[in-house]
Design a protein around this ligand. Structure first.
Ligand SMILES: NC(=O)c1ccc[n+]([C@@H]2O[C@H](COP(=O)([O-])OP(=O)(O)OC[C@H]3O[C@@H](n4cnc5c(N)ncnc54)[C@H](O)[C@@H]3O)[C@@H](O)[C@H]2O)c1
Length: 353
């Protein structure tokens, strides 16, 4: 019997990449998604195109129109599917959007996660459960690290963080945004199901997860949206920090590869910071230069002095724990490669729309 995987948020960036990755390895794929991204962000966030892409290209993919907030539906479907691996990526993913929709944000991110964890436990799965958490669980505390201002970016001036932010960084007593707080609730629950019940769970605290299949919008999907603006010669707004704020970017395929490594040798209640690391970090100004070099189009932008509330000034993940636990895993897609794929994907999507 082929193994089966349940992916929540299967029409989204990470979910769809995970579906593809495991389908190529012969797994049966079950995806839960109700296109809630279009509700959160409007038509620009619509992910039906990606659902159709999976349905048309993956022979073993089955879509389930399930809202993860619907507890009876989740319990019933998990019991029926009995997956060998659950990868939970469905979320309200925006820091900024959460304040306008606090109930939807918490119900999706926190309660939806508990629905899935409990469904896994009641089904006696004892199979790996991977949760896509976020670096926003650290709130704005990384902004307290001493920084140095370089020509095009901020960087840590404290040698303790030369490799980036480790998993031991504190979560507490800082500003998270409602999104960061709902993800903390889920993250701690996922750890708890690992420690308390012995489920093989892990939280992947993502930096900037990106790739060609993101439905990037202004409030979520930084690189995807930036490239889209460049190609459409649309104005991009930079919010504060002189455009020198730094994010570490990882291709969704490298995230999927890590999930495979974890599922092959799972641990209980683990936490990993997952991003591109320092080598694949860039500031917004550096991202402009890179995209301009690929499209030949100047980036049109305005500058708003007001930074986003709780936004990180400089963040890159310390990848050493992941690499120590899973030495066979490593980043395969460089920042340039990832950029190029995003550019080409938007060009394709625009030419067919
Ligand atoms: N992309 C990033 O930069 C980033 C960074 C850190 C963490 N993360 C986390 O990774 C995960 C995946 O992010 P992504 O970028 O793929 O997001 P995405 O928005 O592209 O995909 C999420 C999918 O979940 C679906 N969804 C949302 N609410 C749902 C619900 N109630 N029921 C069923 N489906 C629902 C959406 O329709 C969407 O297709 C999220 O948990 C996010 O918080 C992402």
């Amino acid at each position: 019997m082929p193994k089966s995987i349940l992916v929540t948020g299967s029409s989204g960036l990470i979910g769809s990449e995970v579906c593809l990755h495991f389908s190529e390895r012969g797994w049966r794929i079950h995806g839960f998604d109700n296109n809630q991204r279009a509700v959160f962000f409007g038509p620009q966030g619509d992910t039906r195109w990606n659902q159709k892409r999976l349905e048309n290209t993956l022979a073993t993919f089955q879509h389930h129109e399930i809202d993860i907030r619907d507890r009876p539906a989740v319990l019933e479907a998990v019991a029926a599917i009995k997956p060998d691996l659950i990868v939970h990526t469905a979320a309200q993913p925006s820091h900024d959007r959460a304040a306008a929709i606090p109930f939807d944000d918490f119900d999706t991110n926190a309660v939806g996660t508990v629905n899935l964890l409990e469904a896994a436990r009641r089904t006696n799965l004892e199979k790996p459960f991977v949760f896509l958490s976020t670096n926003k669980v650290y709130g704005d505390a990384p902004n307290r690290i001493k920084l140095q201002e370089l020509e095009t970016r901020w960087d840590y001036a404290d040698g303790q963080y030369e490799h980036g932010i480790p998993e031991t960084f504190g979560l507490d007593q800082c500003l998270h945004s409602l999104f960061g707080a709902s993800k903390v609730a889920a993250d701690v629950m996922v750890q708890e199901y690992g420690r308390y019940f012995g489920l093989p769970t892990c939280c992947l605290r993502g930096g900037c997860l990106t790739g060609p299949n993101h439905s990037g919008v202004e409030l979520h999907g930084f690189l995807s949206y930036l490239v889209k603006c460049n190609l459409e010669e649309r104005e991009y707004t930079v919010f504060g920090y002189k455009g020198k704020q730094v994010r570490d970017n990882i291709h969704a395929a490298d995230v999927a590869a890590f999930i495979e490594a974890f599922s092959a040798a799972p641990r209980c209640g683990e936490v990993y910071n997952i991003g591109g690391g320092k080598a694949n970090s860039c500031s917004i100004l550096e991202a402009f230069t890179l995209v301009e070099s690929m499209t030949g189009k100047p980036q049109v932008y305005t500058y708003d002095e007001q930074s986003r509330k709780g936004d990180h000034i400089c963040y890159y993940s310390d990848l050493r724990k992941m690499q120590a636990h899973y030495p066979g895993w490593g980043i395969r897609h460089s920042l340039e490669d990832t950029f190029r794929q995003i550019v080409e994907a938007w060009q394709r999507r625009q030419s067919t729309s």
